[in-house]
Ligand binder design. Structure first.
Ligand SMILES: Nc1ncnc2c1ncn2[C@@H]1O[C@H](COP(=O)(O)OP(=O)(O)OP(=O)(O)O)[C@@H](O)[C@H]1O
Length: 270
């Protein structure tokens, strides 16, 4: 059971954004996309969600060919949490979460007590039960991320596509949320493809990493094999060193230079 992407090419108005991308993500795997701003992470995630049509290549999720599958069928297998989300009608958080069930319900069928119970269960899993009765438009950016993740889990927990899931989350909540997502991969076999801007979070939680540069895969594979100081330096185009903290956590520290390559004031590099 795999998500398999082969020789994927995508272009906006004839301008190539993704080129020859191959990707394999097994059931229960937490795969993180890393790359500089504009390297194509979001575009790849939207292709995997079936929301952007590649101009070449194929994507199959557990045997379902996205190019041929009806939208409703894709929505039952794959759910997406986008990077940003604007205000919606002033629904309770619980109602927003239960909207995730729409893909499972028949035409004109309304969610019932079981759907609300399932929505409360997912909120509880994310330790977000106190948000249930709050107005979605009046909760914080970080709380919205958690509510939208709950909605995505309720929609389709086979494959979760998360575009910068830690945006707006504080230091503690970033780690807590990623730990919960990882637990879900382990316990329920959920497959996750997430873009992250912080390689240190990827080093801590990912099983596998895909490094994108200019819409191409620069490297991919097991997190420990791929995330070396040399690869991080190449990816972000700045020297980076790898520090192993007590307990085994790995931290990458970039050398902050100005345009001429000189170490910038107030930064340290040893
Ligand atoms: N709707 C669009 N029309 C034209 N070009 C676009 C569009 N959306 C994105 N792009 C371009 O596609 C490229 C890849 O963008 P994408 O958002 O996938 O990168 P990203 O790696 O997710 O970036 P970031 O880390 O900044 O979120 C960028 O050069 C961007 O300017």
């Amino acid at each position: 059971m795999s998500l398999v992407c082969r020789n994927l090419h995508f272009a906006y108005n004839g301008h190539a954004i993704l080129s020859a991308v191959d990707l394999d993500v097994r059931k229960g795997e937490f795969c993180v996309l890393l790359g500089r701003n504009g390297s194509g992470k979001t575009t790849l995630i939207y292709c995997l969600a079936g929301l952007l049509q590649p101009r070449q290549g194929s994507i199959a999720i557990d045997g379902l060919d996205l190019a041929a599958a009806p939208r409703t069928e894709i929505a039952r297998r794959v759910s997406l949490v986008p990077q940003e989300h604007s205000d919606i009608f002033p629904f309770r958080v619980l109602d927003v979460v239960v909207m995730g069930r729409t893909a499972q319900l028949g035409f004109a069928q309304r969610p019932g007590p079981d759907d609300y119970l399932a929505a409360r269960r997912v909120l509880a899993e994310l330790e977000a039960e106190p948000l249930a009765e709050r107005n979605f438009n009046r909760i914080s950016g970080g709380e919205r991320r958690i509510a939208l993740l709950a909605r995505a889990i309720l929609q389709a927990d086979g494959t979760l596509l998360l575009d910068e899931p830690t945006n707006h989350l504080d230091f503690n909540n970033k780690y807590r949320l990623l730990a919960k997502i990882k637990n879900r991969c382990r316990a329920k076999g959920t497959r996750v493809v997430a873009s992250l801007h912080d390689p240190n979070l990827a080093a801590r939680f990912a099983d596998t990493v895909v490094m994108l540069t200019g819409g191409r895969v620069m490297a991919s594979g097991d997190v420990h094999a791929v995330m070396t100081a040399e690869m991080i330096s190449r990816l972000y185009q700045t020297p980076a060193r790898r520090v192993e903290a007590e307990g085994g956590d790995v931290i990458f520290i970039p050398k902050i230079t100005d345009g001429a390559g000189n170490l910038m004031e107030n930064t340290r590099w040893t």
